[in-house]
Design a protein around this ligand. Structure first.
Ligand SMILES: Nc1ncnc2c1ncn2[C@@H]1O[C@H](COP(=O)(O)OP(=O)(O)OP(=O)(O)O)[C@@H](O)[C@H]1O
Ligand SMILES: [Mg+2]
Length: 366
């Protein structure tokens, strides 16, 4: 699949319908999602940013401290009209409930009240990734926004996010799931044979109710299977649509770059569009010392010698990062690459987000 390429992140935030920030843990995915969203809103677009576990102070700055923080909430004063900047915090469990309500009609209350459903709704492996994409789908189709920016959770493998819809389909095809959702009569036969030892053990350990609840749960969601499969297929297509782009965020450190490179390959192979690469937390290069200043420095001692050693250490870190950054530029396969300095403060308020957004959409120097 060929996707349109953009030459800058400025162009990307003006033209994309959906942006997904992804990358290794702790490199600034949540911050970048919010900063790109704010920059887009300031160009006059209606933007919503879906954050996942934002740092407490960032959540406060985005007005996400109340109980209804999983609903889009306009951040007042963030962007002048006609643009608007809204934010929400992903609540995987609530999104899952909504999905069941939309799909199960009259049967929804029974599923939602089932203790097995309650136990897995927020913690099913991959549920958070799946629900992030489900929420993106809902917001995209609401018609209320020109751009939806979605943050991704710190996955063990960042690729889990892309794989989530397909994984749900695989789960629905799993033989254990199939056995549990067999109609009662066939289930009775199966239960009498192979699964009886299993259910006897589980009943003994967990009590008979949990077994009944489990079977009831799987049986009640089996009616949703066709709908869930269709939804997974729609999401899979949406993630590959022309106006959807992934923004890969990394730091310039080797371990992060390894993971970013794995992810960039997976995006490429999966037919997803890489809209840009953000190299965050880059140490600025300290000003080079003039050769005249260098002579005699080694003879120094005391605080000045410490200063010189610190300067050299900083220069070595910054230079090593510049070498690593060359690898990231290759991963971009022609998509714009923007480096962002490690600021001397956290990015926890609108002013700092605006500043970061400006850096992201400005043209790289040189
Ligand atoms: N350029 C920067 N300069 C200084 N601090 C930054 C910068 N970018 C992000 N931060 C800070 O780094 C911390 C981690 O950022 P953030 O939460 O966005 O990372 P993340 O990739 O979403 O992490 P996780 O993988 O845990 O979700 C935050 O405190 C944020 O304010
Ligand atoms: Mg995060």
């Amino acid at each position: 699949m060929t996707h349109p390429t953009t030459t800058s992140l400025a162009r990307l935030v003006e033209t994309a319908d959906l942006l997904v920030t992804c990358g290794p843990g702790g490199v600034g995915k949540t911050t970048t999602a919010a900063a790109l969203g704010l920059a887009a809103a300031r160009t006059g677009r209606r933007v919503v940013v879906v954050t996942i576990d934002p740092a407490r102070r960032l959540a406060d700055a985005l007005g996400l401290d109340g109980t209804a923080s999983d609903r889009p909430h306009v951040v007042v004063g963030a962007a002048p009209g006609p643009g608007s900047f809204s934010a929400l915090m992903l609540d995987a469990e609530h999104t899952f409930d909504q999905l069941i309500r939309d799909r199960a009609g009259d049967g929804a209350d029974r599923i939602l009240a089932n203790p097995v459903y309650r136990a897995i709704a927020g913690s099913l492996a991959g549920a958070q990734e799946y629900m992030a994409i489900e929420r993106l789908h809902q917001l995209h189709h609401s018609g209320d926004y020109d751009l939806v920016v979605i943050d991704t959770p710190p996955s063990r493998h960042a690729i889990d996010v892309l794989d989530a819809p397909d994984r749900l389909v695989r789960f629905l095809s799993n033989p254990v799931y199939r056995a549990l959702t067999l109609p009662s009569r066939s289930l009775a036969r199966v239960t009498n044979a192979a699964t009886s030892a299993f259910s006897w053990t589980v009943k003994r350990l967990a009590g008979p109710k949990i077994v009944e609840d489990t079977i009831d749960f799987f049986r009640s969601i089996s009616g949703l299977e066709a709908g869930l499969r269709q939804r997974a297929a729609e999401m899979s297509a949406l993630l590959r649509a022309d106006h959807t782009a992934f923004v890969l965020v990394s730091s310039p450190r080797a371990e992060a770059i390894d993971e970013a490179s794995f992810l960039a390959d997976a995006l490429h192979e999966g037919g997803y569009r890489l809209g840009g690469v953000v190299v965050n937390l880059v140490h600025p290069l300290p000003p080079a010392l003039h050769p005249d200043e260098l002579s005699g420095l080694d003879a120094l001692d005391g605080p000045l010698a410490e200063q010189v050693a610190y300067h050299r250490e900083l220069a070595a870190v910054a230079e090593a990062e510049r070498r690593e950054m060359a690898t990231l530029a290759e991963l971009a396969r022609g998509a714009p690459v923007r480096d962002v300095p490690l600021l001397d403060h956290d990015v926890h308020d609108l002013a700092a987000l605006g500043e970061l957004g400006q850096v992201l959409v400005s043209s790289p120097v040189g």
